[in-house]
Design a protein around this ligand. Structure first.
Ligand SMILES: NC(=O)c1ccc[n+]([C@@H]2O[C@H](COP(=O)([O-])OP(=O)(O)OC[C@H]3O[C@@H](n4cnc5c(N)ncnc54)[C@H](O)[C@@H]3O)[C@@H](O)[C@H]2O)c1
Length: 275
């Protein structure tokens, strides 16, 4: 099992760990030992990479996604790593679905410690061509979905006196992007909600942060023309396109005990693209 970061000796980093539990013993001294994480949109791309990275650090994983086949495949991979993991078919745009899934995760795992609001879609078009349906679909998933999941999950974190809420923003929320009125509006809204919730939940032991990825190689950016991708790479100081692991590592840091004093921030993970 890989450890990308030095393990701080002598403590369990503030996380409770029942020593008799087989998994806890196996994942001893890992950064998310005994923590349960819900990862929305965890069936693919950044969400899947985050699930794998969290398991490498001892977490138990609930994948929430609309893609059942891909989600079950991820769970199989996580179980092959000896992790406790379940797939739940959840449409984050549907509040009833989200509330019952949160209750089910609590029943199955006994706690909910980390929520990664990662599920997202694009329906790009210039304002001239963007239909009200394209606007609404993106707002429903990328903005309202984040509201639904956080509203359903935070009471379980409050009861625990501990929580980490991690929201997927995007660098385009800071700078705009041609053809993304809906997406940019949603991601800018996510940054706003992150700051509100950081204020509302801080004294309950819950931190709330956003990660703003640059362009990361996943299905989501497959439609970006090759020429545009080349230009983006040229404009990126580190000289490459982002990898899903780059974002997974940022989520890991913000989920860990080391980030206990960080809340309400937006961490750009973009190789310097928007400097
Ligand atoms: N890839 C990038 O370059 C990039 C850049 C900035 C931000 N982001 C953000 O990161 C997140 C993940 O992006 P990705 O590139 O891994 O995307 P992806 O398309 O590879 O994966 C998204 C996942 O979300 C799931 N999903 C979609 N709608 C859902 C819904 N209503 N309910 C539950 N699950 C749903 C999909 O089935 C899929 O598994 C998104 O929020 C995206 O906006 C990505």
């Amino acid at each position: 099992m890989r450890n990308a970061y030095p393990v701080i000796p002598s403590s369990n980093h503030g996380f409770a760990r029942p020593e008799n539990d087989y998994l806890a013993a196996k994942y001893k001294d890992m950064r998310l030992s005994d923590k349960t994480a819900i990862i929305t949109g965890g069936a693919k791309g950044i969400g899947k990479a985050t699930a794998i990275r969290f398991v490498e650090e001892g977490a138990k994983i609930a994948i929430w996604d609309i893609d059942e086949k891909a989600g079950e495949e991820v769970v199989k991979e996580l179980k092959a790593m000896d992790a406790k993991a379940h797939f739940y078919k959840v449409n984050t745009a549907d509040i009833t679905n989200v509330v019952s899934a949160a209750e089910q995760v609590y029943t199955d795992f006994g706690s909910i410690d980390i929520l990664v609001n990662n599920a997202g879609i694009t329906r790009d078009a210039s304002l001239k061509k963007m239909s009200p349906q394209q606007w609404q679909q993106v707002i429903d998933v990328n903005l309202t979905g984040v509201f639904h999941c956080t509203k359903a999950v935070y009471p379980f974190m409050t009861a625990n006196g501990f929580g980490r809420i991690l929201n997927a923003a995007s660098v385009v929320a800071h700078h705009g992007n041609f053809g993304q009125t809906n997406y940019v509006a949603a991601k800018a809204g996510v940054i706003g909600m992150t700051k509100v919730w950081a204020r509302e939940f801080g004294r309950k032991g819950i931190t709330v942060n956003a990660v703003a990825p640059g362009f990361i190689k996943t299905e989501m950016v497959e439609t970006v023309p090759a020429k545009v991708m080349e230009q983006l790479m040229e404009r990126t100081p580190v000289g490459r396109i982002g990898r899903v692991e780059d974002i997974a590592n940022a989520y890991l840091f913000l989920a860990s005990a080391e980030a206990a004093f960080i809340t309400g921030t937006v961490l750009n993970v973009d190789g310097g693209l928007v400097l």
